[in-house]
Design a protein. Sequence first.
Length: 164
Amino acid sequence: MSDNFRSSSLCAAVAADVVLFTKRGDVLSVLAVERGKEPFRAALALPGGFVEPGEVPVSAAVRELAEETGLAIEATRLCQFGSYDRPGRDPRGHVISEAFHGYVPGAPDVVADDDAQAARWVPLGEFLSSAAVVAFDHQDIVAAAVLARFDWHYPRSVPGPRQP
């Protein structure tokens, strides 16, 4: 689906975002992309995108993960943990995001493609840092995924995401 969604007052778009964890050495890391398009061009973001007609959110999550990072995983490796629907969270219009988390061992190689200009494993502390430039509400989504997946709160120095 086009990345140029424009909302009307009568509808909202549905998206899927993936918080995929791994350990690199002893460091818990999250898979991130650098956006290749506006809004938030060059900002860190979670792999994800719009759910296409006839598609369910978990299928969109798997598809977008493969398209943006080259990483193919089974839908059964992902767990849905939240819906993010705050008006204004996406400057393109009203977008409701279904969020999924998962874990892959061994920090597999990733390659940016589709609308991502880069893809990489980012240490969790770096992604959640107040100095990080992160798109949308993806810092909030990652913090919630840490709680859902590992049952612990990640200390954050500044409430809410810093956006470009």
